[in-house]
Design a protein around this ligand. Structure first.
Ligand code: HEM
Ligand code: FPP
Length: 309
C-alpha cells in the first residue's frame, strides 16, 4: 500500500524496484532501436510522403505507413547492435550499449527485432503497398547485413555505399502514397546519400582511436585524418549542389532554396574550419550541426510545399 508523506507518494520498496527496473529495460530497448536516428529517418519519410501527389489516402493510413517504416528501421538498428556487439565493446563511445555490456542477451534483442520487424512489414503490406514493404525490407537488409556484417569491416567506402540504406526513407514515404517510383523522391534520397559521408566522417575523425582499437577500416584510420577532412569538404560542396536540384526541377520553391543555401553555407564553413583548424571539438561541432542541417532542411522542404512563394 502507498503512503502519502509531505504530499509525496511513498511506494513500497518492491514496487519502486519494479518501476526502476522497467524504466531501465525500456531505456535499453529504446537504445538498441537507435530511437533518435529512427525518429529522423521517419521525419524524412514523412516529408517524402507529404511531397508525393495527393492520392486521397487518410491520415490514419499515412500514420501507419510511417510507423511501419519506423519499425523496420528500428529492427535494422537492433540487428546492428547484435552483429556489432563485439566491436561495440571495444570502443569507448559504444561499450556501455545494452547488448555489448550483456544487459540484454542477443536472443532477447533478436526476438525483439523479429517482433517489430514482422509487425512493420505487415503494416506496410496491409496499409501501404507491396512495393513499399519490399523496398523497406531491402533497406533493412542493406543496413543490418550488407553494411554491418560486411562493408563496415571490409572497406573505407563502407559508409558511402551503406549510406544508401539510410537514405531510402523519403522514397519509401513517397511510394507508400503512390505505389510508383518517380524521379523526384530520388533527389531527396541523393541529398541524404551525399550528406551521410560528412555526417559520419566528422565523428570518425574525433573517434579515430576507437575505430583503430576495434580494427574497423574507417577512412581516417586507413587514409589519415587530413585526407578524410579533404573528403569532408568535397562532400559538403557536393551536398550544396545536390540540395539545389529540388528547386531547379521545380519540385520546391524559393523558401526551400534560401533555407538550403543558408544551411549549406554554414555546413561548408564548418567543414573548411575543420580542415584548417582541425581540433576534435571542431569535428564534433560539424557532426552535431550535420544533424540539425538535415532536420531543418527537411522541415523547410515541408513548409515550402504548403507556403509556396
Ligand atoms: C551509413 C550511414 C550512417 C552512419 C555510418 C552513421 C553514423 C552515426 C553515428 C556513429 C552516430 C553516433 C551515434 C552515437 O552517438 O552513439 C550517428 C548519430 C546520428 N545519426 Fe547517423 N549515420 C548514418 C546515417 C544516418 C542517417 C541516414 C540519418 C537520418 C536521416 C542519421 C541520423 C543520425 C542522428 C539523428 C544521430 C544522433 C543520434 C543521437 O544523438 O543519439 N544518420 N550516426
Ligand atoms: C529500413 C531502413 C530505412 C533501415 C535503415 C536503418 C538505420 C537505422 C540507418 C541508420 C544508419 C546508421 C545509424 C548507421 C550507423 O551504424 P554504425 O554501426 O556505423 O554506428 P554505431 O557504431 O553507432 O553502431
Amino acid at each position: 500500500m502507498a503512503l502519502i508523506i509531505d504530499k509525496k507518494i511513498l511506494l513500497p520498496v518492491n514496487t519502486q524496484l519494479l518501476i526502476s527496473r522497467t524504466h531501465s529495460l525500456l531505456q535499453d530497448y529504446l537504445a538498441i532501436s537507435k530511437f533518435k536516428v529512427v525518429a529522423m529517418l521517419v521525419l524524412t519519410a514523412w516529408v517524402g510522403l507529404a511531397l508525393a501527389p495527393d492520392v486521397g489516402r487518410g491520415m490514419a493510413v499515412q500514420f501507419i505507413s510511417l510507423l511501419g517504416i519506423g519499425l523496420l528501421s528500428a529492427a535494422a538498428a537492433v540487428i546492428n547492435h547484435v552483429v556489432d556487439s563485439e566491436i561495440d565493446s571495444k570502443m569507448a563511445r559504444t561499450r556501455h550499449r545494452p547488448v555489448a555490456k550483456g544487459r540484454l542477451s542477443k536472443t532477447h534483442a533478436l526476438s525483439f527485432a523479429a517482433v517489430i520487424g514482422v509487425a512493420g512489414f505487415i503494416m506496410l503490406m496491409v496499409w501501404a503497398n507491396t512495393l513499399t514493404a519490399i523496398l523497406t525490407l531491402f533497406a533493412l537488409v542493406g543496413y543490418a547485413f550488407v553494411y554491418t556484417s560486411f562493408l563496415k569491416r571490409a572497406t573505407p567506402q563502407n559508409i558511402v555505399i551503406g549510406g544508401l540504406a539510410g537514405a531510402m526513407p523519403p522514397l519509401l514515404g513517397w511510394v507508400s502514397e503512390t505505389n510508383q517510383m518517380a524521379a523526384a523522391p530520388w533527389l531527396l534520397v541523393m541529398i541524404i546519400f551525399t550528406w551521410t559521408p560528412p555526417h559520419f566522417w566528422a565523428l570518425a575523425i574525433a573517434r579515430k582511436s576507437d575505430y583503430e582499437r576495434a580494427k574497423i577500416p574507417m577512412l581516417p584510420v586507413t587514409h589519415g585524418i587530413d585526407f578524410c577532412k579533404t573528403c569532408v569538404v568535397a562532400y559538403s560542396v557536393l551536398l550544396a549542389v545536390v540540395c539545389v536540384l529540388p528547386y531547379l526541377i521545380g519540385m520546391s520553391g524559393l523558401i526551400y532554396l534560401i533555407g538550403a543555401c543558408v544551411l549549406n553555407a554554414v555546413f561548408i564553413y564548418k567543414a573548411v574550419k575543420l580542415k584548417i583548424a582541425g581540433k576534435d571539438e571542431t569535428a564534433m561541432d560539424l557532426f552535431r550541426f550535420s544533424i540539425i542541417h538535415l532536420m531543418v532542411l527537411f522541415v523547410i522542404l515541408f513548409i515550402d510545399k504548403w507556403l509556396p512563394l
